[in-house]
Design a protein around this ligand. Structure first.
Ligand code: ADP
Ligand code: MG
Length: 389
């Protein structure tokens, strides 16, 4: 789950990490009131779930009431397109008006979970700011990684090394170290998968301030943090994300695949993708419909699969346990009729009510081939897929 910048900054503040004073507004009428609080000189920032806002015109330093109003008017209610969004962009429902800092230096500081080392890692760069992506491509040696211990956290000597890498001045080392420790604490306590502060700045009057903040919370752990769950902003999700979120489906689109996969259980989904490859085809997606599946959920899953225009055939692999095969079959038939889909289906169904399920599919007049087992399904796929070996 993603947090907005202003929500992330609130969380940073709760952990004593300095952030600029600011106000979030969603109505133009309030611009005048809050810009006055900063004596008509402030930074206005679109609050959207994407990075790259600065380069896309979503962040601006304004120095008069009229400039503030005009900029806010151009943002609020409009879509902001950045290099991280699609061409449609993402809707700006809120803007942040905040105190402008006088920046001396911009630093990059983030914490992520790195699965390759099974640990949180701290990533830093002395060249923070809007060009961080170029830095990582052109000067990768300027990006430093510090592995933390999941049990012991971050050792003092590692923090000293980070201070050295970032050339933190002697008089700010203590404060900077405290910020890194607090950030780590925030990361662990709130089950984060990412905290990114870019830039963390040192100001001309030698203060350290987080000018931007991006926090992601682990979806599987967010139930442990009801106050964070309340911060979820569904307006920022794409229609596809909103649908997968609503029906609790795990969906990942894969490039270049032609076989849409609908499976219950993540392990079975992986095995089905392997099988697809073995048959000489590429899976178009990973889709786990989960243990319990009602008709509505199946219909949503089907719609998500056919939304992907690369899909030429759908492979359904169901091991019915709690999810009943007849319910899944009814959902599939309804969904293909509702969407007038002409995409052929290859179906393997075993387990609870699988005979009923198969007879519903066979009597549906749709282009459905039921396979007796996975090997049979693979043979059918081989025959059906264009370019199959
Ligand atoms: P994004 O990462 O989406 O581009 P940022 O919040 O990082 O957005 O803002 C882009 C740039 O704008 C920052 O790198 C910084 O130089 C400048 N900036 C952002 N907030 C402030 C602020 N409060 N005062 C001064 N400059 C700011
Ligand atoms: Mg930024």
């Amino acid at each position: 789950m993603n947090l907005h910048e202003y929500q992330s900054k609130q969380l940073l503040s709760d952990y004593n990490i300095p952030t600029p004073n600011g106000y979030v507004i969603s109505s133009l009428e309030l611009v005048k009131k809050y810009i006055a609080e900063f004596e008509n000189s402030a930074v206005i920032k679109a609050q959207v779930h994407t990075g790259g806002r600065g380069k896309a015109g979503g962040v601006k330093m304004v120095t008069s009431e009229i400039e503030a109003y005009n900029f806010a008017e151009n943002l609020l209610g409009k879509n902001l397109v950045t290099h991280q969004t699609g061409s449609k962009g993402i809707k700006v429902n809120q803007i942040l008006i905040e105190e402008a800092s006088k920046i001396e230096r911009e630093i990059y500081l983030s914490i992520i979970i790195d699965n390759t080392v099974s640990s949180p890692v701290i990533i830093t760069s002395i060249e923070g700011g809007m060009d961080i992506e170029d830095v990582s491509k052109l000067m990768p040696e300027k990006i430093k990684t510090t592995i933390c211990s999941p049990l012991l956290g971050i050792s003092n000597y590692k923090i000293r090394q980070i201070c050295k890498d970032l050339e933190i001045p002697e008089n700010l080392k203590n404060e900077f170290s405290q910020i890194v420790l607090s950030l780590y604490k925030l990361f662990i306590k709130n089950d984060c998968t990412l905290i990114e502060i870019n830039p963390l700045v040192i100001t001309k009057d030698e203060k350290i301030i987080a000018l931007d903040a991006k926090i992601n919370i682990d979806d599987d752990a967010v139930f442990r943090h009801p106050s964070l769950k309340k911060l979820e902003d569904k307006s920022q999700m794409s229609p596809l994300e909103a649908l997968t979120n609503k029906y609790d489906l795990s969906y990942v689109k894969l490039e270049k695949g032609k076989v849409g996969c609908m499976v219950n259980g993540a392990g079975l989904a992986m095995a089905t993708m392997d099988l697809t490859k073995w048959a000489g085809a590429e899976p178009a997606n990973f889709l786990d419909i989960g243990g319990s599946a009602n008709e509505e959920k199946i219909i949503a899953a089907f719609k998500i699969i056919i939304e992907d225009k690369d899909v030429e055939i759908i492979l359904v692999n169901l091991f019915a346990g709690i999810a009943r095969a007849d319910v899944v079959a009814t959902g599939i038939v309804k969904a293909s009729k509702e969407t007038s889909s002409k995409i052929p289906l290859v179906v393997v169904m075993r387990g609870t009510n699988s005979e009923e399920g198969l007879s519903i599919l066979n009597n549906s007049n749709l282009d459905i081939i039921s396979a007796s087992d996975l090997e049979h399904a693979a043979i059918i796929l081989k025959e059906k897929i264009s370019g199959g070996k």
